[in-house]
Every structure is written in C-alpha cells, then in structure tokens.
Design a protein around this ligand. Structure first.
Ligand SMILES: Cc1ncc(COP(=O)(O)O)c(C=O)c1O
Length: 394
C-alpha cells in the first residue's frame, strides 16, 4: 500500500496535529548507524531524541549503545532518577540547581560526566561537589574548528583549542578538590552537522566536501595529540567522545576515540537527508489536518510553523513529506497556525492528514506531548516526549 494511505489509515481518528515515529524506519536507522559505527560504542544524543521511551528503545537495541549524551545537568539528573546511567552532559553548565541535582545522583552511584572548557566550569562543580562530599567526573571539550585564512570552519564553543590549552586546564583541575578529569570530547560539527549533498547547491557541496577532506586529518591530529598530552601529564582519560550522525565514518577511524555520538540519524530529520556518506530513512514527523481549500491546487492546514534552530534559512522549514509532491508556499512558508501547501495530485481533501518532517530531530518533540509509535499498519504505543513528561530543559 502507498505509504501515505498506510499512514492515513493507521492514524485515522487521532486529534490533529500530532507527532509520529515509524518504528520500522527507526529500526532500519538503528541498524544502519550500528553498521556505520562498526564495533565502536555509540553514545545517544538525547537532544535529538527527547523521549524517555525512545531513549530506552535505542539503548535496548544493542549492547553497542554506550549511554546518553545529555544537554543539561538537570536532564541528566532526571534521567538518572529514572534508572539511566552513564550520562555525559555535553555542554558546560553553571546552573547551580541542575548541577546540584546531577551531583546528588552521582553521590548515589550514577556515572555522570560534566563538560568543562574553562577553569570557572570546573570550579563551580568542584565547589558544589565538595559540599556534597562526592567526586565529580569531568570531561574536557576540545575545540575542533579550523581557522583558514578566509574561512572559519567549525563552531564557537570551547576555549580549549589544542593540547597545550588542555594540559593547562588539566593542571588547574588537578588542584581542585572533588573533581577528576576522565574524558575528552571533541565535536567536529563542521563534518558531523554540515550536509554535503544539499539539493540545488552543487558547487557549494563540492566545496564543503573538499573542506571536510582537508579538515579530517587536522581534527584527528588535534584530538589524538590532546589525549596523549593529557595522559602524559597524568590525567586518567578513559572516555574520548567524538562526532555525530554526519561524521561516524571519519570519527571511528581515529585510534584515540572510544565512542561516537549519534542522535539525529535515528529519527532522520530532513537535514540528515543531505549527506553523501549514508542514507537514513524518515522515521519521525508530524501530521497536520487540511482544513481549507482556497485555490484549486492549494490546500491549507492547521498548524505547522515548527521551524528549526540555527541560521534562519529555507532549509530550516519543515518539509512536506506525504503525499509526495507537496510544496510549501514561497510567501508563507510554515505558518504560526496555518500552513498552505501546493499540491497538484489527486485525492487530497479537507479533513485529510498531511505528513511533514522537521528539519531537526529533537526539536519536533518540543512541539508535542505525545509520539504515536507506528508499526506496520497499526499504532503500537503512545509515548511521552520530554515535554509531555513536563520536562523542558532549554
Ligand atoms: C557535542 C555534540 N556531540 C554530538 C552531536 C551530534 O548530534 P547528532 O547526531 O544529533 O547530530 C552534537 C550535535 O549538535 C553535539 O553538540
């Protein structure tokens, strides 16, 4: 049966709009990324999942799943309270409430790593950990960006740019009580999060591929030399995290790396269609109901303005998915409460659902309380998003 009609029939009767996960597509993507990672452990980026039930499903899918990469210490604390363990908080936080909550979980035996790249990050954790008489595990975020003469290729996050910076920070950490440096994370955003097969930009894709090829050995050399230098200085570095969905192949090839992160590639939000190295399947999205029919080939739906974060550009709009052949209106895009679609095919009427994909994976879940999990022709389960659990971390 045509996928649109299968979805339409399986989801009929639900209140619109709603969000869905196609579990067979998700299973396909899980298998795909496990294979891409070969035997390298995969840490699941929770920001790109934002549902406890789906995080559990992913962790249970294979022993190769290593743990969770969290995006806020309060989130790590909450997940730990639900039974999750091995939580890497990937972004430094100075939120005392969140840090305290996570340290309380660490005091109860949970393994939680806190990200640092400035002495102030480590100092804040050390002060709080000392009050609780617990030792906090730290992970150092190494900047993986590359400054070319006319181009900055990467992101602006960490102040630790090389092995010397890392060792200098480690020496400061070593002098602080109740903290121990155990990990290094280097996220090569310019490889992992930058599509190189974006439609209608052939020249730019070629340039991005060349930049990526040039950057990969530099990234390897910086991450490896930093890990070696930290170990030589006495740090007990056990965890070396790298990469993301878009960089699995190059990240796992690096001998110093112990785990690779994957998040977005599981739901495969539409920005992850645009990579030469892999083809994941659309596994999550949302449905809107057609409520108006203002012109012969234009149908207007309720809802839809779920635009992704980052630079404001067309690519961040949701993508009409099913039935195939729909396009957004160039003047209106995806609207606050109304989204017109242009459609020249037959068989779409007021009252019908139309299916869209979000540009970014986890942000979908900030718009809905519930995910309807589809398997084959039937809804298997209805589960909460973080938002549905009353948890919003940023
Ligand atoms: C630190 C870090 N690691 C890994 C990732 C990759 O996540 P994903 O696979 O969802 O793109 C990100 C994404 O922004 C990140 O910030």
């Amino acid at each position: 049966m045509d996928l649109y009609f299968r979805y339409k029939s399986a989801f009929s009767g639900l209140s619109q709009p709603f969000a869905w996960v196609d579990m067979e597509q998700l299973d396909h993507n899980i298998a795909l990324h496990l294979k891409r990672a070969r035997s390298m452990p995969i840490r699941i980026a929770s920001k790109s999942i934002r549902s406890v039930a789906i995080l559990r499903y992913l962790l249970n899918a294979s022993a190769q799943m290593q743990g969770i990469m969290c995006y806020h210490p309060a989130e790590a604390a909450w997940l730990a309270s639900l039974g999750f363990d091995d939580l890497l908080v990937a972004y430094p936080s100075l939120d005392t409430h969140g840090l305290n909550a996570a340290l309380d979980q660490a005091a109860q035996g949970k393994t939680i790593y806190f990200m640092v790249d400035l002495p102030a990050h480590a100092q804040a954790i050390s002060d709080l950990a000392r009050q609780k008489n617990v030792t906090a595990l730290l992970c150092l975020d190494l900047d993986m960006s590359i400054q070319y003469p006319f181009l900055y290729f990467g992101v602006h996050r960490s102040a630790v740019r090389n092995a010397e910076d890392a060792v200098a920070l480690y020496k400061k950490i070593r002098a602080m009580p109740n903290v121990e440096l155990r990990g290094v994370m280097g996220y090569e955003a310019q490889i992992a999060g930058l599509g190189d097969k974006v439609p209608d930009q052939k020249l730019k894709n070629t340039a991005i591929k060349m930049l990526k090829q040039n950057a990969i050995p530099k990234i390897e050399s910086r991450r490896t030399s930093t890990v070696l230098a930290l170990r030589a200085a006495g740090a007990d570095i056990q965890l070396v995290n790298g990469g993301g969905t878009g960089s699995v192949e190059s990240t796992i090839a690096e001998p110093s790396v112990t785990e690779v992160t994957v998040g977005s590639g599981f739901y495969c939000s539409h920005l992850f269609d645009n990579y030469e190295a892999f083809s994941a399947r659309p596994a999550a999205g949302f449905s809107l109901q057609v409520t108006r029919h203002p012109r012969t080939h234009i149908l207007t739906c309720n809802g839809g303005g779920y635009v992704a974060s980052g630079t404001a550009e067309k690519l961040k709009l949701p993508k009409p998915y099913l039935p195939t052949g729909m396009t957004l209106d160039a003047n209106e895009g995806a609207g606050e409460v109304q989204t017109p679609v242009h459609f020249h095919g037959p068989g779409l009427h007021t009252g019908d659902p139309v299916f869209f994909r979000h540009a970014k994976a986890g942000e979908l879940c900030e718009r809905f309380n519930t995910l309807y999990l589809l398997r084959g022709t039937a809804i298997e389960e209805r589960v909460c998003t973080y938002r549905g659990d009353g948890q919003v971390f940023m």
